[in-house]
Design a protein around this ligand. Structure first.
Ligand code: OGA
Ligand code: NI
Length: 385
């Protein structure tokens, strides 16, 4: 080999190493979150955040501002509480229809303390507005951590990163999580306690209504399980994004639990996949958005489906949401309700599943779309698919 060639080989080895180092440094920056990227002065999204053209959202800031005329079914909890038995049947039919056709609905007159909701949102916002040095104390890539500040969708496996930072709080049992919950801003813990207590009550009430709509007797035993059920509170922060047309705040996904109760601020961003297209959900002041998760799809033996949703970002306003994911206790097995197997010729459509299987799955796969649920499906005659 001539000297020239050796020199060339060495330079290209070195270049390759430098490139690798640079990639590593970039990934390291990304794990600090998207707010951090803005703080260090980026002015366009790095290439790792750019979706392939077919996955990019085709919406502009203008569309978001003017809103869509798409409206989710609204469930008035106060009305539901006060109805006579006959009228209640009709109201339950409406819930059943919302669950079947949309997999999403909004609840109003839910009984949550509205001042408390605002204070929770404000405390969460102040958490993200703190400097990185403060936020990073809760940064961990351990998906089993009780408290976790992180970024993107599934940091470990994402092939394209998304424009979201989050604080995840595993609220069951609350007393174990609290000492680990950020103590700055000072009021965060108190607000979390009030919010978690209230939203858990609301979840139980909505869950009972959904079981009634589904035609499953709300068995005491099941409701008791939900009382001790898993509860993950996710405070999502989507900073303004320099190229909202190239990336997403969250990719298309379904939620894993029975129900998700979502509080969003007044900035639009949530989109639901309905009848083969994406619809933007206009935030309805003081309402809570409810959606069906994979576990309820399994429990209902496919009568109610978890629905794909995603989050758009915009170039001017930070957006916040607080998602409350509820399911059975961590150690329980989720399976189709006995009453929903075999009636009207519908065999069992899903395998039993538990959290361990789910956590194993997400720590080794890019768990977007409904990929986990796909692994739990049986063929209609009850054999393994
Ligand atoms: C989620 C989610 C939607 C939103 O946290 O799972 O879908 O509007 N959030 O932030
Ligand atoms: Ni979600």
């Amino acid at each position: 080999m001539g000297l020239d060639m050796m020199v060339e080989r060495n330079t290209s080895d070195q270049e390759e190493r430098e490139e690798e180092e640079e990639e590593k440094a970039a990934k390291n920056r990304y794990t600090k979150g998207v707010k951090h990227l803005l703080e260090i002065g980026i002015s366009s999204v790095p290439k790792d955040y750019i979706l392939p053209p077919q996955d990019r959202p085709r919406v502009t800031d203008k569309d978001l501002e003017h809103g869509s005329n798409f409206c989710l079914p609204v469930v008035d909890m106060a009305r539901l509480r006060s109805l006579s038995a006959a009228d209640r049947i009709q109201a339950l039919e409406a819930v059943d229809k919302a669950c079947k056709e949309y997999g999403f609905f909004q609840v109003v007159n839910h009984g949550m303390n509205e001042e408390g909701m605002r204070r929770m949102m404000a405390a969460g916002r102040r958490f993200f507005e703190q400097g990185f040095e403060e936020r990073k104390k809760w940064m961990t890539s351990d998906i089993r951590g009780k408290v976790r500040y992180g970024t993107s969708f599934n940091q470990i496996n994402d092939t394209v990163f998304c424009w979201r930072d989050f604080l995840k709080l595993n609220c069951q049992p609350l007393q174990e999580m609290l000492p680990l919950c950020p103590s700055s801003p000072k009021d965060l813990r108190d607000e979390v306690v009030s919010y978690v207590e209230e939203i858990q009550v609301l979840f139980l009430e909505i869950m009972a209504v959904v079981l009634e709509a589904l035609g499953v007797r709300k068995e005491e035993a099941l409701m008791e399980e939900f009382e001790e059920g898993s509860h993950m509170l996710i405070v999502n922060y989507f900073p303004p994004c320099p190229n909202p047309d190239l990336t997403l705040g969250m990719p298309p996904h379904s939620d894993y639990g029975f129900l998700t109760l979502l509080l969003q601020d007044d900035v639009a961003g949530l989109q639901v996949y309905h009848r083969d297209r994406w619809f933007t959900i206009n935030p309805l002041f003081n309402s809570i958005v409810v959606n069906i998760g994979d576990h309820l799809e399994i429990f209902s033996n496919g009568r109610y489906k978890s629905v794909l949703h995603r989050v758009l970002v915009n170039s001017t306003k930070p957006r916040m949401s607080i998602a409350s994911l509820h399911s059975l206790p961590f150690s329980s097995t989720v399976r189709p309700a006995a009453a929903l197997i075999d009636d009207a010729g519908r065999g069992r459509l899903y395998k039993d599943t538990d959290f361990a299987a789910f956590l194993n799955y997400i720590s080794s796969h890019d768990a977007n779309r409904k990929s986990f649920l796909e692994t739990r499906k049986l063929t209609p005659n009850g054999q393994r698919g």
